[in-house]
Design a binder for this molecule. Sequence first.
Ligand SMILES: O=C(O)C1=C[C@@H](OP(=O)(O)O)[C@@H](O)[C@H](O)C1
Ligand SMILES: C=C(OP(=O)(O)O)C(=O)O
Length: 428
Amino acid sequence: MRITITQTEKMEGTIQVPGDKSISHRSIMLGALAQGVTRIEGFLMAEDCLSTVRCFRTLGVPITMEGKSVRVEGRGLYGLQEPEDVLDVGNSGTTIRLMMGILAGQPFTSFLTGDPSIRRRPMGRVAKPLREMGANIVGRQNGNLAPLAVQGGNLKPISYKTPVASAQIKSSILLAGLYAPGWTEVIEPEQSRNHSELMLKAFGAEIETDGPAVRVKGGAQLKGQQVQVPGDISSAAFFMVAGLIVPQGKIVIENVGLNPTRDGILEVLQAMGGKIRLFDTRVVAGELIGNIEIQSSELRGVSIGGAIIPRLIDEIPVLAVAAAFAEGVTEIHDAAELKVKESNRLYAISEGLTRLGAQIEELPDGLRIIGGKPLKGNVCQSYHDHRIAMALAVAGLRAEGETHIEDGEAVNISFPEFTQLISQLQKV
Ligand SMILES: O=C(O)C1=C[C@@H](OP(=O)(O)O)[C@@H](O)[C@H](O)C1
Ligand SMILES: C=C(OP(=O)(O)O)C(=O)O
């Protein structure tokens, strides 16, 4: 499917974005491992989270859905069944890496695979600590590439210093830690998103956080919960940038998750001169949420790197779009992780924005963008990557004429309502 975007003068209105992807995945996983029923409201009904649902059904967990409500009948820590078939995670890195941690604790063998993108992404970063804990993991390149076999059971706790700030690595080890006697510890170079810690605690696990270190105590009995999933700030980011760059933009996005380990995009867009106002902020089920008002703004370039990168890791493609419309130079460093996402995002966004006429250069660990050049519509590739498809669509709102994005169905991975919400806000 091709997405076509027409240059837009005015975007106005109030929207809600779908549920947070990270929290939706984790609510299924923790619900499955808990005793009793977990009820999830505002679940993200998108391909990645539905892949998690499919995998847990294959492990014998009854999961039913009605609208955006999901009911998970927990099986307890030791109640999963040996899967009769290969577990297919589709396009979802979060699903495969977090499940590897859970499966490492099971007294049976599981096979995991996914789409061509997943089969290219590095899994050794998770296989290494899980092997240290006692799991046996087999796959191509010594267990770095799916398809993977995970033979679990009899884990021992470890203290692991991860070389990369990654919530998927951290969460995988913490989930395996539920099955190891004593305390399992993960120490990160920079703090990544903390949803696993918050949710494990809410489900009844013993969790300690101590600066860059997080510890979980094995053997806890998890208990089913009510989960209210906030709107995904990573999805909201596309509409923040859209509202800032169109000549007449005034957009309100309601009920967005504002967890401080995820809100780097707000900080950076504000530092670029973006008129962004938060209101009605409140805490719901341990997560800060609020409404965001965005108005068209004259943006200026910024330089970012270091600890803020994990706080906006998925927003970098759309941040590059904002930078293309900002006065001056923007540099993004310490973002080499983007090369191992659904696509090589440093390459994909540079290639796409260059086709539209932007001045953007790939750096070894980031991007350099010289903003202010007028863009012109063209045909672009999504590289089967949802974030690239949506970022280029946003750029198309301010590119002369029409912009086409090939393989636009990638948006269904995290945000099936994306194009409909764009049309709803376009006023001229
Ligand atoms: O844990 C999570 O839910 C996620 C962690 C991030 O990945 P990394 O842990 O690989 O940085 C992020 O890019 C992904 O979209 C979701
Ligand atoms: C990187 C992403 O997801 P995952 O790693 O779960 O595939 C993303 O959604 O941008």
